[in-house]
Design a protein around this ligand. Sequence first.
Ligand SMILES: Nc1ncnc2c1ncn2[C@@H]1O[C@H](COP(=O)(O)OP(=O)(O)OP(=O)(O)O)[C@@H](O)[C@H]1O
Length: 581
Amino acid sequence: MICKVLRLVPDPYRGMIPLYLAAIVVFALAQSTAYVLLMPLLEALFRGDLGAAWGWTAGVAGAVIVVFVCGYRQSVLGLRIGTGMMHSLQTRLGDHIATLPLGWFGTATAGRVSRLISSSVKDAMGVFAHLLSPLLTGVLVPAGVAVGMLFLDARVSLAMLVSAPLLYLVNRWGQGLYSRAETNAHTAAEESNSRVIEFAQAQPVLRAFGAATTGNRGLQNALTAQRRVGRGLVYASVPGLVVFSFLVQLTFIVLAYLVVSFASGGTLSAPAAIALIAVSSRFIDPLNQAAELSTAVRGAANAADRITELLDTPPLPESDSPLQPADAGVRFDDVRFAYDTGEPVIDGVSFTVPAGTTTALVGPSGSGKTTLLRLASRFYDVDHGRIEVGGHAISAYSSTTLMEQFSLVFQDVYLFHQSIAENVRIGRPDASADDLARAAEVARVDEIVDRLPDGWDTNVGEGGTSLSGGERQRVSIARALLKDAPIVLLDEATSALDPQNEAAVVRGIHELTRDKTVMVVAHRLSTIQHADQILFLDQGRIVERGTHDELLAADGRYADFWNERSRASGWHLVPAGEGAR
Ligand SMILES: Nc1ncnc2c1ncn2[C@@H]1O[C@H](COP(=O)(O)OP(=O)(O)OP(=O)(O)O)[C@@H](O)[C@H]1O
């Protein structure tokens, strides 16, 4: 159980563990020695042999000094190992999560990650900070007392040693009950954490539907389930503790009975009997304490399992090759892909986007357009086929080199709880103030900054809540402009923007995509019409491809789509070959 936690201790602190354990062992042995020495001390006192009593007192005092020194040492070492382990685990978990494929980030992940990084790590570090020492002491002190008693009264010592296996088995049984309930309680807590996060984030939607306090059935169900399994956890921990505690008291009664019978049988003196009963109580108390702590250690071992499971989740394979792309071309070759659900979403897609050209992805909702952008930037690895950038498979590049090739402008723009300047600088953290100002001017972020109370230093709130949707898009375009990568992956907004934002976004995108390789999930008719190549997707396959004029002339799915969209937006179909450019 403890080994699982020991494995998580980082290197510089691992070296301290032998000294820490040695300090605990000496601390416990010194305690049991002090207790065992009470017996000859009491005997000497009862006999009136004050000289011997002083000698034993000195022995007890020596043992107490060792207890103090080792107690201090193991507390300091335990805290150092525990806090070092907590810091290292939080960093390791954070680094590891950043390398996981995006497919890992499912709906329950927010709650899972937050519980792992906060509560599970704290549970695991608690083993060193405050659990292991009293637990080991609770086992070693009674063992030391029982062995020490061998030299004073072997019969009582044997009775103590015989009770040990029985107590151990009962404790194990209690641990088993507790462990299962603890795992359920943790899963329920993860789920309710996720639902609480969702509840906070979904307030605008809930309020819009008048369901701010009552509408989140998921949260209510999760909290009810958590309460239920929480009660289960209490019920599961009680039987083990009660039976164990009863057995411990029973052991004490048996020991007391033995001592009294030996005394009345004349094989034990009265002072020795009194001293033995006093020492026996020191055998019993630490056992109760150890039983209570062992449930907490079991919880820590479960936490260590969860942490290890996450650290063992394979990251997206990362290349450390210094390979650089030859150009900014993109090629998909017979690519197939399914999300976790297993349903094929991309089904044998092949196409080439020559460097410096624009490819528009068009097709019905759910046909796989956005997925193609995610695959190009390796948010996920393909199940079959190959994606190349600059003449090499994207998996051959280090993730830093690969991401340097892309500017991503997706619809769901996330802004951090930071200033607007910091949010734009995510595109290139070392950008100069001039570059920042230029990108802001092109994407018209400067207009937004001018009206904000603290200008560039205005905090945009979590998720950018203090900006409108169009303004958030402008910030995301400014980020991409500042990054100035050779390939632009663009998911055009489907929703209509007000004229001011629309003009700013169109101008920003025009500048962003100038002379770049562009893959765009296109919704605006002018974007589609001016693309060098249009891919019409349906159910994960390219069903038509060509230029706007070629596809209109083919009079197939694209022509139908174009006619419909043109009618809807008040455009007029122009005969093939006369399409305005
Ligand atoms: N993270 C995901 N996990 C599971 N399935 C997903 C995920 N993202 C998308 N899908 C599914 O994959 C299919 C293709 O989705 P995708 O977003 O690529 O389509 P799209 O053509 O971009 O649609 P839209 O035009 O509506 O944005 C859809 O059936 C969608 O439900």
